[in-house]
Each structure stands twice: as C-alpha cells, then as structure tokens.
Ligand binder design. Structure first.
Ligand code: B4P
Length: 191
C-alpha cells in the first residue's frame, strides 16, 4: 500500500490536483472537505454541526473528522493506496491517522506540501466563490479566518511529518498541469 497526504493551505489546489492524481495512480481519494459537504447536503446531524464551524472558517472538531475518516478507511479495505486530501489538519488528527494506519499494518509514505502566497489563495477562493455556491468561499473575512486556522493549527502537521523525513515541498503557483507534473515526478521516485 502506498499512502500519501496532499497538504497545503485552503485554496492551494489540493482538490484540483487530487482529481488528477487519483485518475493517474488509482488511489482511493479521501477528502474530509468533500465528506463534510456530503453530510451537509444530506442534512445529517453531523453535517449540521460541521456547517456551523465551516461557515465561520473554523476547523470542524477533531473527533468528528477522525470518526469520519475511520469509517471511510474501513469501507475501503481493498484499496491499493489512499490519497488524503485536507486531512490531517491538526496534530491530534495526525496522531490518530498514524494509529488507524498502524492497525491496518501500513503507514504514510509521503506528504506533498503545496506552497502558495496568501494573496493568491484569497484571489483563487473569491473567484471560486462566484460560481461554487460554497458559503465559505464568498466572504473574504471567512477566507482569511481559514488561512489563520491553517497557520495556527495545521502547519504543525507539516512539521510532524518533516521529523520523519516524509515531506516534499512543491510550488503551488503556475499551471495546473505543470504542478501536476512536479507532483507526479516525486511520487514516481518514491513508489
Ligand atoms: P477543503 O474542502 O479541504 O478545501 P479547501 O481548503 O477550501 O481547498 P483546496 O486546497 O482543496 O482547494 P482547491 O483545489 O479546490 O476544506 C473546507 C473546510 O472544511 C475547512 O475550512 C474546514 O472547515 C473543513 N474541514 C475539512 N477538512 C477538515 C479537517 N480535517 N479537520 C477539520 N475541519 C476540516 O483550489 C481552490 C481554487 O483554486 C479552485 O477554484 C481551483 O480551480 C483554483 N486553482 C487550483 N489550482 C490552481 C492553479 N494552479 N492556478 C490557479 N488557480 C488554481
């Protein structure tokens, strides 16, 4: 099993690049953002709880997200590898993920970290907000709150995997295909 994390601030292109990577390598895609939006669309109690946080640009509580990932892993026992997109986002989520993978006698092989400047992130998310219908993309204050959450709670996750020498940093600005080629080269070397 080859498991990787696609890491980066909101709007850095994790969702965009994940689609291309799963098409090329056949990973099972696990996006906590997508899973949460699915719960919201179905108006489940979990979705209603998550929406309160997401609309303010805050992270959803760890136990909610970890429970969701745990079920998703159990439902895909035959996957040849997982691509984690937008997860883990806190140190507690990273530790929980390591434990869940250990139970499956596997681990994280690689973290690909996309780097994008704050102004570019804001520009991209406001642009997506014009068409996506995502309530967290339409208000600049909420977008900046998401970036602050990232700086305060999520950058530590990158530091955690750096201690195991698992992180490769990739410039997330440029064409989508150019960035995809850089990501693919790193994966091919590590696989
Ligand atoms: P997510 O759904 O994970 O998404 P994201 O951070 O908004 O963006 P992503 O990086 O995937 O951007 P994308 O490719 O779409 O999170 C949403 C919310 O869910 C969080 O704020 C949080 O509340 C909650 N949540 C999710 N996971 C959680 C967790 N583990 N713990 C707690 N809470 C959690 O790209 C953005 C835009 O840029 C797109 O419009 C795209 O077209 C454009 N773009 C991409 N690449 C480009 C390029 N190279 N050049 C120009 N534009 C580009």
């Amino acid at each position: 099993m080859f498991n990787l994390i696609l890491f980066g601030p909101p709007g850095s292109g994790k969702g965009t690049q994940s689609e291309k990577l799963i098409a090329k390598y056949g990973f099972k895609h696990l996006s906590t953002g997508d899973l949460l939006r699915h719960e919201i669309a179905n108006e489940t109690p979990l979705g209603m709880e998550a929406k309160n946080f997401m609309d303010k640009g805050q992270l959803v509580p760890d136990e909610v997200v970890i429970g969701m990932i745990s079920s998703a892993l159990d439902n895909s026992a035959d996957a040849k590898g997982f691509l984690f997109d937008g997860f883990p986002r806190t140190a507690a989520q990273a530790e929980a993920l390591d434990k869940l993978l250990e139970l499956k006698k596997t681990n994280i092989a690689l973290m690909l970290a996309l780097e994008v400047t704050e102004e570019e992130l804001v520009k991209r998310l406001l642009k997506r907000g014009q068409t996506s219908g995502r309530s967290d993309d339409t208000n600049e204050k909420v977008i900046r709150a998401r970036i602050t959450e990232y700086q305060n709670k999520t950058t530590a996750v990158g530091d955690y995997y750096k201690t195991f020498d698992k992180v490769s940093i990739v410039k997330g600005e440029g064409t989508v295909d150019g960035i995809f080629n850089s990501l693919s080269e790193i994966i091919d070397k590590r696989m």
